[in-house]
Write a protein that binds this ligand. Structure first.
Ligand code: CUA
Length: 681
C-alpha cells in the first residue's frame, strides 16, 4: 500500500510535467482540448485505476491515438501457428496475420482459392513424397534489403519443423511461394538475407543421412550424417526463390544454429554458429547420455565462416558441384580446397551469432558462459591470410586460433543468447537464465557515445526468460536506437490466467536513443503460439497496395486471363467440366445460381469488380470446405469436383454492406442418375 500512496500523492506534479511533455510528444489539437478539462481529471483517472506516475509515463511513451498510425511495423514469426504477424509499434496492435505454412480461412489460404492452395502444394517435400504438410513452425523472418537496409519489398521465413522457406510479397502481404529446401530436413536460426537480397540463406538444424532420403543408424552419425548451408537465389524482379540458380555447401554433422550475413567490411561472408561438435546422438536408454549432456562436453564449438561470394563463383564453375535433389551442392572437400569455409572456436554451447552494423564485429552468446565473445572480422581475414590455424576439425576444415581473431569478451550475465545493435556502438544481449537484457559497448571505432569500449553499461530485467530480442531496423547497417522488443518465453504472472498454457510475452523497451538507461514500457501477450524472432521496419518503407488494380491475379500480380466485366458473366459447359466466370460487387454475385451435376469438375473464376478501398467480399460454399477472401480488383480461381449432391448455399463472408446477408446464392448439384431414387429424394 505504501508505495502506491506515495505515488498517488506525487500525481499533481507528475500530471503537470506530463502535460508539458505531452506538447512535445506528438500531439494535435485534441490533446490540447483534453487539457482544458483540467489536471484533476487525469489525477482522478489515475487514482481510480491505481496507476503510478511511472505507469502513466509509460502509457504516453507507447500511446498511438485512435486513427493515427504507428511508426514501425514488426514482422513476428508466429511459431507453431505457421504464420507471420504484422504488429504496429509502439502501439503493439496486431495489424495482420499472414498465413504462410498453415491454412488460414479469413484470407482463404488453403481453402480452395488457387493462390494459397498452389503455394502450400508446391511447398510439400519431395523427400519423403506424399506428405501434405498443414503446419509449420515459423522461426526467422528476413526482410529484403538494398545496400544493407530493409527495403520493404519482400519477407522470407523458415519453417523450423520441415526445412522450408516461405516468401511473402509485401505488395499485398500474401505468401506467394513455399520452397521445400532440398537436403535440409529441419532448420532453426540459419536464416538471413544478403545485403542486396542476392540470396536468402538457411542451414540445417539437425543433420540427416546423406544422400537425403536414405536410412542410416545414428551409430554411423559421423560417417553418414551431414548438414547443409543453402543459398537460395532471389529473383531480383519478383522476389521468388529460384532453386536452379541456388547452391548448397555440405557441412559436418554438427548442429548448425543461428547465422548472420556479413555486411560492409565483411560483405560476402556468412557466419553460422553451431553446437554439438561432440556429434552426440542421445541414446539415454541404450547406455548413452541424453543429447543435452552429450552435446555440452566441449568447451568450444565452431563458428562457421563461409565466403559465399566465392562459393557462388565455385558453384557456377564446371565440375565443382554435384546435383543433389534439384540443387547444386559443393561437397565439403571442394569447399575446403577452394577456401570457402573456416571454423572459429566459440565458447560454450554457443547460440546467437550476430554481426554488428559496421560488419566488423561478430558477437556470440554462449548459453553456458556468462560472457559474450566478440570476434573481429579484420583479424579473421588476417588469420586466414597467414594460415594462422590451430589445426583442423575431424573433417579437415581449418580452425582459426581463438586468440588471433578475438576482439574481446564482455561479462554480461547468465545464459546469453542473442545480440542486437542500436547503431550507437552498443550491443544488447538477451539472457535467458537471468531474464534480462544486457547493454554493452563494442570497439571504440563504432562507439558514438564516448563510453569505454567493450564494457557492460546497463542491464534491465524482463519478465521472463527471454529468447530473441529485436531492435527497430535492427539487422541492417543502420539500426534505429528507438525500441527493443524482448520475446519472452514465459509470462507466469503477467496476465490473467487462461489455463495452464500461458501466453508468451513481448515486452517493449524504450532505448532512449541509445543514450539513457533502457526502460520497459509495455507488455503484449501473444496467445497463438511461440513467436520466435521478429524484424522491425520503419512503417514508411512499406509500400503495400491498398487496393489491387482491376482484374489482378495475385499469383502473378498481372491482369488475370480469367477476369470478367460486369455484364459479361458466363457459364460454359464442356462435357463434365463446368467453367463459370462470376462477378462480385455490393451486394450480389452474378450469376447467383450455379447448376452442375454430381461429379462435374467446376472451375470458378470470381472477379471482385469493385475498386473501392476495403470493399472486400468473401466466398464460401457450405459443406464443401471452400472459403476465400475476394479483395477489390482481384480475380480468385477455385477448382473443385462437385462430388456431394444437394442444394448448397454460398454466401459472401465479409460484412460488406447493409445488404451483406443478401449477398448469397446457390450451388445446385443435381444427383447423378443412380442417386436420384435415394431415400428422401
Ligand atoms: Cu459482399 Cu458481404
Amino acid at each position: 500500500m505504501k508505495p502506491l500512496r506515495r505515488a498517488v500523492r506525487a500525481f499533481p506534479v507528475l500530471v503537470a510535467a506530463l502535460l508539458v511533455a505531452g506538447a512535445s510528444v506528438s500531439c494535435s489539437s485534441s490533446s490540447n482540448k483534453s487539457s482544458s478539462t483540467g489536471s484533476g481529471d487525469l489525477d482522478t483517472i489515475a487514482k481510480e485505476r491505481g496507476l503510478t506516475p511511472e505507469d502513466m509515463k509509460h502509457a504516453l511513451q507507447q500511446f498511438v491515438p485512435p486513427g493515427k498510425h504507428d511508426d514501425y511495423v514488426m514482422f513476428a514469426s508466429g511459431g507453431h501457428a505457421g504464420q507471420v504477424l504484422a504488429i504496429g509499434m509502439p502501439s503493439m496492435r496486431i495489424l495482420k496475420e499472414i498465413a504462410v505454412f498453415t491454412p488460414e480461412p479469413w484470407q482463404g489460404f488453403g481453402y480452395g482459392a488457387d493462390w494459397g492452395d498452389k503455394a502450400l502444394k508446391d511447398g510439400n517435400p519431395a523427400i519423403p513424397a506424399g506428405t501434405d504438410l498443414t503446419w509449420g513452425d515459423t522461426h526467422h523472418p528476413a526482410l529484403s534489403e538494398t545496400n544493407g537496409d530493409y527495403d520493404g519489398r519482400w519477407l522470407y521465413i523458415n519453417d523450423r519443423a520441415n526445412g522450408r522457406v516461405g516468401f511473402v510479397d509485401l505488395k499485398d502481404f500474401r505468401t506467394k511461394q513455399i520452397v521445400a529446401v532440398p537436403n535440409i530436413q529441419t532448420s532453426h536460426g540459419g536464416m538471413f538475407i544478403t545485403p542486396n537480397s542476392d540470396y536468402v540463406h538457411v542451414s540445417s538444424a539437425f543433420p540427416e543421412p546423406w544422400p537425403p532420403g536414405s536410412y542410416a543408424d545414428v551409430k554411423d552419425y559421423k560417417e553418414k550424417f551431414r548438414g547443409a548451408s543453402a543459398w537460395l537465389k532471389i529473383d531480383p524482379a519478383t522476389g521468388r526463390m529460384d532453386l536452379s540458380q541456388s547452391f548448397e555447401i555440405e557441412l559436418p554433422p554438427y548442429n548448425q544454429d543461428l547465422a548472420d550475413a556479413g555486411k560492409l567490411v565483411s560483405d560476402g561472408w556468412g557466419f553460422i554458429g553451431s553446437f554439438n561438435t561432440e556429434m552426440a546422438t542421445g541414446g539415454n536408454m541404450e547406455g548413452g547420455k541424453s543429447l543435452e549432456a552429450g552435446a555440452s562436453l566441449n568447451n568450444f564449438d565452431y563458428l562457421h565462416a563461409i565466403n559465399w561470394k566465392k562459393a557462388a563463383e565455385v558453384a557456377k564453375a564446371a565440375g565443382k558441384t554435384e546435383e543433389m535433389n534439384g540443387i547444386k551442392v559443393i561437397r565439403l572437400k571442394t569447399a575446403i580446397d577452394e577456401g570457402l569455409i573456416y571454423m572459429i572456436p566459440e565458447p560454450k554451447s554457443p547460440h546467437g551469432a550476430d554481426v554488428d552494423p559496421s560488419g566488423r564485429y561478430i558477437v556470440v552468446g554462449g548459453k553456458l558462459d556468462p560472457h559474450v565473445t566478440i570476434f573481429d572480422f579484420n583479424k579473421i581475414q588476417a588469420a586466414i591470410g597467414k594460415k594462422d590455424y590451430e589445426g583442423t576439425d575431424p573433417f579437415g576444415i581449418p580452425i582459426l586460433k581463438f586468440e588471433s581473431v578475438l576482439a574481446a569478451q564482455v561479462e554480461v550475465g547468465a545464459g546469453p543468447l542473442h545480440t542486437q545493435f542500436d547503431g550507437m556502438g552498443h550491443g544488447y544481449t538477451s539472457m535467458f537464465l537471468a531474464s534480462a537484457v544486457a547493454k554493452f559497448t563494442l570497439g571504440d571505432d563504432v562507439v558514438k557515445t564516448g563510453e569505454k569500449p567493450f564494457t557492460l553499461v546497463d542491464t534491465i530485467k524482463v519478465n521472463y526468460n527471454i529468447g530473441h530480442l529485436a531492435i527497430t531496423e535492427g539487422d541492417t547497417e543502420h539500426p534505429e536506437p528507438k525500441y527493443l522488443v524482448a520475446l519472452n518465453k514465459w509470462s507466469i504472472d503477467r496476465f490473467l490466467t487462461v489455463g495452464p498454457l500461458h501466453p508468451q510475452n513481448f515486452q517493449l523497451i524504450d532505448l532512449k536513443g541509445g543514450n539513457g538507461p533502457m526502460e520497459l514500457i509495455a507488455d503484449m501477450p501473444i496467445g497463438m503460439a511461440e513467436p520466435h524472432y521478429t524484424q522491425i521496419i520503419k512503417a514508411d518503407k512499406l509500400k503495400a497496395l491498398d487496393v489491387y488494380p482491376a482484374d489482378t491475379d495475385s499469383i502473378t500480380m498481372a491482369p488475370s486471363k480469367d477476369a470478367i466485366k460486369f455484364g459479361d458473366e458466363k457459364v460454359v459447359r464442356n462435357g463434365s467440366e463446368v467453367e463459370i466466370w462470376m462477378t462480385a460487387q455490393r451486394s450480389h454475385f452474378t450469376p447467383d445460381i450455379i447448376r452442375v451435376k454430381q461429379g462435374d469438375h467446376v472451375k470458378l473464376h470470381i472477379t471482385n469488380i469493385e475498386q473501392t478501398k476495403d470493399a472486400t467480399h468473401g466466398f464460401a460454399i457450405a459443406d464443401y470446405n471452400i472459403q476465400a477472401s475476394l479483395e477489390p480488383g482481384e480475380v480468385t480461381n477455385f477448382d473443385f469436383v462437385a462430388d456431394k449432391p444437394g442444394s448448397y448455399d454460398f454466401y459472401c463472408t465479409e460484412f460488406c454492406s447493409a445488404l451483406h446477408l443478401e449477398m448469397a446464392g446457390w450451388l445446385l448439384v443435381e444427383p447423378a442418375a443412380s442417386a436420384v431414387a435415394a431415400p428422401g429424394g
